[in-house]
Design a protein around this ligand. Sequence first.
Ligand SMILES: *Cc1c(COP(=O)(O)O)cnc(C)c1O
Length: 466
Amino acid sequence: MDAISRPTTNQDARTRGDVITLPTAELPRRWYNVLPDMPEPLAPPLSPATGKPVTPDELGRIFPPSLIEQEMSGERFIAIPDEVLDILAMWRPTPLVRARRLEAALGTPARIYYKHEGVSPTGSHKPNTAVPQAYFNRMHGIRRLTTETGAGQWGSALAFATRMFGMTCRVFMVRVSYDQKPYRRTFMRLFGAEVFPSPSPHTASGRAILERAPDSPGSLGIAISEAVEEAAGRPDTNYSLGSVLNHVLLHQTVIGQEAKRQLEAAGETPEFIYGCHGGGSNFGGIALPFVPQILAGERIRAVAVEPDGCPSLTRGRYAFDYGDTAGITPMVRMYTLGHDFIPPASHAGGLRYHGASPIVSALVHSGAIGAETVAQSEVFRCAELFAHTEGIVPAPESAHAIAAVVRKAGELREERRGAAILFSLSGHGLFDLGAYEAYLDGRLGDQADQGEAIAAALAGLPEVRS
Ligand SMILES: *Cc1c(COP(=O)(O)O)cnc(C)c1O
């Protein structure tokens, strides 16, 4: 427990104005693994071939042994290799910032802090896991990775990380984002990655979708099928996933561990913690290190925030489902809208996933943490307010967390109650200006209710005897 609860002395942390920074030496040296602290053990993932718990051998076709071990580890702390720390230290520890101008604009007695993950080389929290994933694959002799990307942040992070270790990567990018964000494509190519729009004619899964729906906007589920299919078919190639899996959330816990030390330095305990939720990695990263305190009954409420157009945690079913659309990945127990659910095209591509992290799902199911939805118009209004007050253009994904924080700050204003709110600013939105252009031109409304599409996709959940 000591690494996540050790108080920080005031010499360690520096507070300049409203920015709380930690020296490089304070970068966490261990990841926090929540698995041994879960209220109930997670159900094992099931093989799509046999319906039985998936074996390390099956996973070994696409993942290196060290990541498979982390996926199932019972160790509460896992050491971060020096080679990984050296790269994380290029931008970590990230600043924690008191959003005093936002507080003033909202007239709230709440004290709002954001953990700024937008300062990474690729502009989001994703390199926190891309770097160790590339490293552990390279150590296992792998020279090439495939992956999916939604808005392009994950592809960018993996392109950067593979470049750091002299590897290459091939990225299947969800079609709608491929068209919306041409500069993300350029960014990945600059780091040496190959980028294909998904669904693509390069894989059997992609071709099957294109036959049924030639104009498919794509989805993360489809892009995952394509990337996994290719990795499973080539011995020199592994697959890398940017969210959802236990080892991804594990790597992201550097965010919450740092935030905890920084808040301690400011003499604060957060009462509310918010993060947007697509697959659960930035939310898990900021919230999981607080789970032992939450389970011990401390007054901390952590809430995952999702778009109302893709509401897996709030309107999905807690059931076994495939991680991808074609049904070639293992089935995991999670909140899911059904692997056939294609979320409506939106400007928060990183949140368009039919499922959710099994860890976050289990914590929501047990009531330890909460989930909320916000609507697209509210999200962009709050993003604009954040830019006007704090000077940072947030990623549309991150702005979902901002919208929930703005709501909570309003409630606290009504209650005339001060409380510390912590949220994850998972990335900046400087590659998302197309979305802001649509917002400023009044072309960005709310999304149609997805009730019917969700019901149809839920009817197609795989049958699992348990
Ligand atoms: C990918 C991404 C998300 C959504 O993914 P999670 O795994 O849920 O964190 C959110 N924000 C940003 C900036 C992203 O790049």
